[in-house]
Design a protein around this ligand. Structure first.
Ligand SMILES: Cc1cc2nc3c(=O)[nH]c(=O)nc-3n(C[C@H](O)[C@H](O)[C@H](O)COP(=O)(O)O)c2cc1C
Length: 166
């Protein structure tokens, strides 16, 4: 693993997140978990390189994110699609998904770093807020995405380390 600057990332962020998906992972109380995410982004805010992710309230990973100071965003090779699909359909509340998918990891700054990931962003939480119905200018976006009222929490996180496989 070597560390690069966020500005040196070569992947197109729309493809990396929206098309190829990522794992959002956190560790708290001696337990690590991860979930697949395909919504989110990266950019600049408060003069910092940041990422933002949107997590629904029922995700087990959210309980860990809320307790931890850091989280990781991990990107994998194309042949990991089955693993990412599994991590996006099963809950860590019901089983140890990491063990099941053989996702061995180490911990960097309190966040899980998966051995198999091609690129990992170690991120520190800066901000969290729950989306509100009133906030939507286009109410069809609200009705299409939140028929059960489970609005996402948005987390803005500072990208503190970008680790890439050698
Ligand atoms: C392709 C894909 C993308 C997903 N993107 C998100 C997302 O951005 N936010 C979210 O809250 N859930 C998302 N999910 C759903 C979670 O990954 C899923 O509910 C997962 O089982 C939660 O696991 P957990 O309970 O162990 O945290 C996505 C699922 C898939 C398959």
């Amino acid at each position: 693993m070597k560390e690069i600057k966020p500005q040196q990332m070569s992947r197109n962020v729309f493809d990396a997140i929206g098309k190829d998906w990522m794992l959002v992972a956190a560790e708290a109380d001696g337990r690590a978990n991860a979930m697949t995410a395909s919504w989110g982004g990266m950019g600049v805010l408060w003069n910092k390189c940041v990422a933002f992710v949107f997590i629904r309230p029922q995700r087990f990973t959210k309980t860990l994110i809320d307790k931890a100071d850091t989280l990781s965003l991990s990107f994998f090779a194309d042949d990991e699609r089955a693993m990412l699909t599994y991590m996006g359909r099963t809950s860590g509340r019901d089983e140890d998904k990491l063990a099941k998918q053989n996702l061995t990891y180490s911990t960097v700054d309190g966040a899980p770093i998966f051995d198999r990931a091609k690129m990992t962003l170690v991120c520190r939480k800066l901000y969290r807020q729950t989306l509100t119905k009133d906030g939507f200018f286009d109410q069809t976006v609200f009705t299409q995405n939140y028929p059960n009222g489970d609005l996402h929490d948005v987390y803005v996180v500072e990208i503190e380390k970008v680790l890439v496989g050698e």
